[in-house]
Design a protein around this ligand. Sequence first.
Ligand code: BES
Ligand code: ZN
Length: 640
Amino acid sequence: MIDEKSIQTLMETCRYCSWMYVLLAALMWFSCNNEPEPKVEVADPHSYAMPSEAKVTHLDLDLNVDFNAEKLIGTAILKIDRSKDSKQIRLDTKQLIIESVLISPDGVKEKVAKYRFGQDDKILGKELIVELEPQTQYIHISYQTEPGAEALQFLPPALTDNKTSPFLLTQSQAINARTWVPIQDSPGIRFTYNATIKVPEGLMAVMSAKNPTHKSNSGVYSFEMPQPIPAYLLALAVGDIEFRSLGEKTGVYAEPSMIEKAVYEFGDLNKMMNIAEKLYGEYQWGRYDVIVLPPSFPFGGMENPRLTFATPTIIAEDRSLVSLIAHELAHSWSGNLVTNATWNDFWLNEGFTVYFENRIMEELEGPEYASMLAQISYEDLEDEIEEIGFDHLDTKLAIELTDRNPDDGMTSIAYDKGFYFLKLIEETVGRKSFDQFLKKYFTEHAFKTMTTDDFVAYLRTELLENHDDAEEMIQVNAWVYDTGIPDNIPFNPSTRFQAVEDQVHGWIAGLKPKDMKEETKNWSSHEWLHFIRVLPDSISSAQMDSLDKVFDFTNSTNSEVQCVWYTKAVKSGYEPAYENMKQFLYKVGRRKFLMPLYEAMTETEEGTEMAKEIYRVARQNYHPIAILSIDKLLKWEPES
Ligand code: BES
Ligand code: ZN
């Protein structure tokens, strides 16, 4: 019989081989039982945690936010659930300084614990192994973060809107929670949490938890998160922010200088919530608020439960970019309620959310609007496939990210191929059946995780088997397990975009920009975006100039328009746009905008020089997550 120790050793040497973990666990079970094979917990290749040994069920955080030293200092008390004979618990840490570890049976009678660091990996960080005594239920860790911790960005006042107070923001997804909390950082392990956060006077702290609506005089804030969440949804923001209510259970936080604009921009939040609940069931998280962060936030939005984190680049003053909020709200079901079991199943989070976002926007703005969003998705997907290659393994929905950074999976495949797969199912079985299926899916798997294989099985038994020929028409296996885009992708060109293309064709045939004013006067920013995107690649600098004189794209305040226009400017050598592009890159740290701009510049030698010159100044304004990507692109050696 295989003993536990040799299995343990084997598992340690083959930590990344998830199949090995599953196989060995099954083998061990078989070697001592004649009972049927149990459902083995899914191994997460991006975490050292072994939940079958011991897992965290509650976190008690007590942190001091030190803006001068740019670190968090404090304690994390972990309540654990363990098997009686487990000897240790494995935690994920990265860029953390562990000062002491105590254990206790009750959170009171504490004693010094034996602990050691196990494996150390550039991507995964350091495994922290704490020895357990038979009665141990609590682990008490004193620690501080290291400078440069990947989840954290400490902003000086100059990088905020008010320019008077510093700001701190965290970004835990995908595997950065471990850089600010010693925890089991795996999407399959959920815990509730409480936190006490001490911040400098005059600032407010908010988390992915029940939040304050006023500043405290003491600078101490207490939080409670009663619903269990995985570590990637742990979040904290600290700054000079204030709160405004938007409805019974919705509201917005922002710097005082931004708050009015934010209140206007998110005016449809309640409507979105009502639409979402009507579609797929009651909202499960109590309140839904949004915080507008400073512009260096590396993402558009992050679905931190109860409190979506959002970039200020969606504040366009005309509500034109709020589908991003619909997206983050939708994650309250797809992702936060039913969570991808590992980052290999990321499309279950994002593909479902893009689909759900589209349904919310269809209800809010009409089918023509949703059809524009769907076409943008389609074009993003085509571009992505062209870039990574039709046959590349990363074009599978069921992606394999073992031994890699999970951020590699953050491509249009998960989002847009995922979206089109679900749209195809909807169109094949009919919207009514699909909605019933989805509602049931969210209800039955609430606060649980889902793997790709389990979803496919559930889809077959709960939906496809009741619809003749659905399986053949959809080709589920091809969509999920094969590369590329199947031919049956249900793409229908948007009629509003066709009108845009007519204008571009007219312009190519000689129509003057000023004579296009009438036709384009009611265009939304999506139409303008499409207009710029479909301009020919060969466009000359003089042609760019003639369009700019009439439509003033260079001075646009819509971040999406700015991004595509400046990218075109770089590609066509249209220099009058460069200064504004530079200012945009100094200010905005959203990776979605940074990447295409820096990439376009690196296409020529001269451009590469310009990119480096801009980056030399801008780098300090970006979040560590964005810095990682651009350092790589520009082969940047940090100057000593
Ligand atoms: N959860 C993602 C952001 C994310 C994914 C962060 C993976 C880190 C790793 C969020 O919901 C998202 O998708 N944001 C998008 C906007 C959305 C409208 C497509 C973004 O930030 O651009
Ligand atoms: Zn998302």
